[in-house]
Design a protein around this ligand. Structure first.
Ligand code: ZN
Length: 156
């Protein structure tokens, strides 16, 4: 059983999405050379809602032109372990949650977009533990979370 940390894919069930870029070292899509990709990129139709991966509290929302564009960070405590999830490139003015706000799993937080350092509509999704930090030692590969979801869809 792959480790999903108690987290789920940040889309509602029934959304058709594909993995467009995996976690880890890759050729940078915008600049040349190799770079470490801090999460997984999921492409879904424009207008797709982005939802909380698990119950938690919104830690931060903001805009970063050079990286995640419009982003949300959520803090989760799952079986006594603190995780942070990051959601990037959201559509302008689509974020519907505020810092400090509790959220439940699959609650809408925004809409997919292509803001920040992005070459097309997609969600950048990162998982961190135990600190909210994009340092390699805090980052987890979200692929197992996505695979579990895709596998369960394939069985239907
Ligand atoms: Zn990405």
């Amino acid at each position: 059983m792959p480790e999903t940390y108690g987290l789920t894919v940040p889309f509602k069930s029934g959304v058709d999405y594909i993995i467009t870029s995996k976690f880890g070292t890759r050729t940078d899509p915008v600049y040349s050379g190799s770079a470490f990709h801090s999460g997984i990129d999921l492409s879904a139709p424009s207008g797709t809602e982005i939802v909380a991966s698990a119950n938690g509290v919104v830690k931060e929302t903001g805009y970063n032109a050079n990286e995640l564009g419009n982003y949300v960070y959520i803090e989760h405590v799952i079986n006594g372990v603190t995780y942070y999830t990051a959601y990037g490139h959201m559509l302008d003015d689509s974020i519907v949650v505020k810092e400090g706000e509790p959220v439940t799993s699959k609650q809408k937080i925004g809409i997919i977009g292509s803001t920040g350092k992005s070459t097309g509509i997609h969600l950048h999704f990162s998982v961190m533990t135990p600190n909210l930090s994009f340092d390699k030692e805090n980052l987890k590969d979200p692929l197992s979370i996505v695979k579990k979801d895709l596998d369960s869809k394939a069985k239907k």
